[in-house]
Design a protein around this ligand. Structure first.
Ligand SMILES: N[C@@H](CCC(=O)N[C@@H](CS)C(=O)NCC(=O)O)C(=O)O
Length: 244
């Protein structure tokens, strides 16, 4: 059984998709990020970056020994699960190398840029969106263009459906909510449509879906989730107050 520390956001969906695609048994632990669940000491032992997703595999493969294995960072989790199950990742060295390239591309490029765009579009204080929104909209589109070229002549990023698609898909799925458009990226648009119809993906996106609407905090109203500092990690006033 796998313990899955999750919130219904694009980063959470990446791992939910893989768990569902593999049919692995898991227990979901919902984190309420705007209330600071990610800073609880028990969670930070397995998630030192104070962000979800995180998993704990209670029945790891023999070579890991006989104690549970925790994994944080979505790319590391997907790689761990692909290796554990032998699914959704090519076995040959060149295929493995390409898998790592596209995983690292997502966690170092598409993910952070989309996350910052989301921040400036949805949560930044009124009147302070301008330059940040423009910069990250450009970066979000630039990454869509990288994906567009890669998908030229391929149905999926590596050819066959893999963890690289699972990790890149969620931030494309919400392009509209980021005020971006897939109109100029027909390969990406068709790829996104293919993935979103998969039953496992539908189940993953629906996991705790209602929680998305429950707490619409913004940078003006919440000091736990927004404008974090070192004190949030080292322990301090901001981390404990809940709301500003
Ligand atoms: N690079 C990380 C990003 C994870 C991440 O940003 N998670 C966000 C939610 S989408 C989070 O847990 N935020 C809590 C916080 O910032 O306090 C990954 O890919 O796992």
């Amino acid at each position: 059984m796998i313990d899955f520390y999750y919130a219904p956001t694009p980063n959470g969906w990446k791992v939910a998709i893989m768990l569902e695609e593999c049919g692995l048994a898991y227990t979901t632990h919902l984190l309420r990020l705007t209330r600071g669940d990610q800073f609880k000491p028990e969670f930070m032992k397995i998630g030192p970056n104070a962000k979800m997703p995180v998993i704990v595999d209670n029945d790891p493969p023999e070579e890991y020994g006989d104690t549970p294995v925790s994994v944080f960072e979505s790319g590391a989790i997907l790689l761990y699960l692909a290796e554990r199950t032998g699914k959704f990742m090519p076995a040959d060295p060149r295929g493995r190398k390409e898998t790592l390239e596209w995983l690292f591309w997502q966690v170092g490029n598409q993910g952070p840029m989309a996350g910052q765009l989301s921040h400036f579009v949805n949560y930044a204080p009124a009147g302070e969106q301008g330059y940040g929104r423009k910069r990250y909209a450009g970066e979000y589109d630039r990454n869509l263009a990288v994906l567009e070229k890669r998908l030229d002549g391929r149905e999926y990023i590596l050819g066959d459906y893999s963890i690289c698609d699972m990790i890149a898909f969620p931030w494309v799925l919400i392009a509209g909510r980021l005020t971006a458009s897939l109109y100029a990226f027909p390969n990406v648009d068709a790829w996104c449509d293919r993935i979103k119809q998969r039953p496992a993906v539908v189940r993953a996106i629906n996991l705790y879906k209602d929680e998305r609407k429950r707490d619409r905090a913004t940078a003006d109203t919440n000091t736990v989730f927004f404008n974090q500092t070192a004190a949030h990690i080292l322990g301090g006033a901001g981390a404990k107050s809940g709301r500003g």
